[in-house]
Design a protein around this ligand. Sequence first.
Ligand code: 7XF
Length: 407
Amino acid sequence: MKKEVKFETRAIHYGYDPKQFHGALNPPIYMTSTFAFESVQQGSQAFEGENSHYIYSRLGTPTQALLEQRMANLEGAEAALATASGMGAITSTFWSLIAPGDEVIVDATLYGCTFSFLEHGLKKFGVNVVYCDLTNPENLLSVLSEKTKIVYAESPANPNMRIIDIRALAIICRNYETKLMIDNTYCTPYLQRPIELGADIVVHSATKYLGGHGDLIAGLVVSDAATIEQIRYFGLKDMTGSVISAMDIALILRGLKTLHVRMDRHCSNAIIVAKYLDSHHMVKVVHYPGLKKSPQFELAARQMSQPGGMIAFELKGGKKEGEKFVNQLKLILCAVSLGDTETLIQHPASMTHSTYTEEELKEHLIEPGLLRLSVGLEDVEDIVADLDQALEKLSNKLVMIKNCAAQ
Ligand code: 7XF
């Protein structure tokens, strides 16, 4: 496909020619665990990498190869690897590239299970995990050492929306021969392409916007061809076995076809919701990089094409009021995960980030009362109306309590 073809077109067509598959608009699903060889010699050669015959679905299938090539293309990278989950992508990568005695530097705020993998997993195997507030790139310089193999961050970070200057970190990492690994789940390559900004590895929970419909769990790693080969043939094949299912590959390919349309709507809905929340007297703070008053507005505008569909906010009454508020919602569902067509809300401290102790939540900049909203694709007026009626109920209750106290 010609280079000048746009992202949206590549997300639909890249790497697939229906003519080669009886005109089928969608690629065939290879529902097979193994691939027969014509001879022992052909099989041995496949194991030696001397031919490109498929071997066994733990190593890949033709439809998986299509998904991987398409994702690599969309991220502006050489290669990609699909996995059974976002955690499968992250752990397969770390297990491939890290050895005891190595050091990894990670941002202060991480998704709960990524934090748990590092804190309770990698540390147990003699890897030094250093937490660092990477929103200021200079902080990285003060902790980098010759032992640092990977610098890892989410941007925006789950759940508090902190944003990392990927280009600035990439320049520092290059001087230290350290790999910069970015979790691009919140953005997808439609909004942000970390490899083009200088990162070495990108990971995704494809469970989220890439799949887009809350009906699968999957992950992706994107990087240069040699790194992906190492992760596929060691990290995934031998260490995690985190193999994506044939059906999920097809669903992600389907999700990618509408990614740009969905992301545009997620973003246009989210800015309206963020402005509404920001203007409400019961809301203490809204973290959304599309709000002009956000301290990271300019950085977000530089490295993301739009500010995304995720919002974090806190009510004035903190955790208690937050819980009451969520319980009053009617349309918006109380659920973890994100990037689905439905608007979802959850309480990170007790749900997605419950792997952190109370002290750790504080150290890692996650407010106990923070709520996380994944703005869906419903009519935005309906989303705002639901938030409004729930806030209204809390506000009426507050007035009633105040009146009672006054009498
Ligand atoms: O293994 P998964 O596909 O669930 O992906 C793990 C993962 C990796 N990176 C980021 C930034 C994520 O947000 C996730 C999964 N997060 C969900 C959430 O925060 O709601 C998981 C539900 S507990």
